[in-house]
Design a protein around this ligand. Structure first.
Ligand SMILES: Nc1nc2c(ncn2[C@@H]2O[C@H](COP(=O)(O)OP(=O)(O)OP(=O)(O)O)[C@@H](O)[C@H]2O)c(=O)[nH]1
Ligand SMILES: [Mg+2]
Length: 309
């Protein structure tokens, strides 16, 4: 599936909401751009959770550009798209691979946000490009967590390193990296237990895992990916701030985009969090991960073609 189609799948609900709502604003002969139009457009954009700031900026600019003119739906949509693309623009930043030795990727986030599933998806993506992956099950709090990653590792044919329940997650992470070095693997992905950004001790534990990995390989972890659950909307913004204080996050994975009509939250996140969105999750299976790219993403948000029935 191409990127555009993956985004389309992820933005199904968002698109339905946007399209119906925005279409309601127009009549066949067009619509006069006045204050009431601007207010109505603002109300519709804000529903996607793109943030007051972003919606206000778009509406102000469109209000000025088309002031007192009669406009058609397609003109307005083109202008909205152009502005969203500019707001989402970021350097093309896929994973930063180590120059030599295994690339170590640590994955963190609050409980249930989609970490383990995203790791399975990343593993499949790396394997498809010929890379050998070792997984580290450093979520030692729950036996079920280790089991879940073990099932994925078997399904995907990736090596896994686990620890006994309650054991030190940093030690598991360390052993996973040692295994990756021993096997000459390309990537080592470390899963961590879900934690709230307000749980101080657990956040310190994350710092410890980070520090231990850095002692093992000077540049490690090469990536610290924070997984945000798109269905929890702008909550992700405060999570990103706190997680970045504990471990220096290098990028975001926005999981469960398919589960929300508030796909505009990506805009709020990009505007308020200084981290690139690297991937978005668009479903529960291991191939439901798309490398984030603003242009096809925004196009998919407003796409008129099939698939929205
Ligand atoms: N629809 C959809 N569901 C997802 C996506 N990513 C994860 N999920 C589901 O979300 C639930 C939680 O996912 P996990 O990967 O277990 O989340 P986690 O962050 O590892 O959870 P903890 O380890 O308990 O903190 C599972 O039922 C997943 O199938 C996604 O992109 N789309
Ligand atoms: Mg998990």
């Amino acid at each position: 599936m191409g990127l555009f189609n993956q985004f389309k799948k992820g933005l199904q609900k968002t698109k339905q909401l946007l399209k119906t709502d925005i279409r309601d604003l127009f009549k066949a002969e067009g619509r006069l751009v006045d204050d009431s139009f601007c207010t109505a457009l603002f109300e519709r954009l804000i529903k996607t959770d793109m943030s007051v700031d972003a919606a206000q900026q778009i509406v102000d600019e469109i209000g000025q550009q088309f002031h007192a003119r009669v406009v058609h739906e397609s003109e307005v949509i083109e202008e909205i798209k152009k502005r969203l693309k500019a707001m989402l623009a970021q350097p093309a930043e896929p994973i930063r691979f180590a120059a030599s030795g295994p690339t170590v990727i640590m994955v963190a986030g609050v409980n249930g946000c989609g970490k383990t599933t995203s790791i399975a998806k990343l593993t499949q993506m790396f394997q498809a490009s010929g890379k050998r992956v070792v997984l580290g099950a450093a979520d030692t709090f729950r036996a079920a967590a280790v089991e879940q990653l073990t099932i994925w590792s078997k399904r995907l044919g990736a090596e896994i390193v686990t620890g006994s329940p309650g054991s030190d997650p940093a030690a598991v992470a360390h052993r996973a990296v040692a295994k990756a070095i021993e096997l000459n693997a390309d990537v080592c992905i470390v899963d961590t237990a879900g934690r709230l950004q307000t749980q101080h001790t657990l956040m310190q534990q994350l710092t410890k895992i980070h520090r231990v990995l850095g002692k093992q390989i000077p540049d490690a972890p090469h990536e610290v990916l924070l997984v945000l659950d798109a269905t929890t909307g702008q909550n992700g913004i405060s999570q990103a701030k706190h997680f970045t204080e504990a471990v220096h996050c290098t990028g975001l994975i926005l999981a469960k985009l398919d589960g929300t009509a508030k796909g505009g939250v990506v805009v709020a996140i990009r505007k308020q969090v200084g981290l690139p969105v690297k991937y978005v999750g668009v479903g529960e299976s291991s191939d439901d991960l798309a490398l984030f790219d603003p242009d096809p993403f925004v196009d998919a948000m407003f796409d008129e073609a099939n698939g929205d029935e």
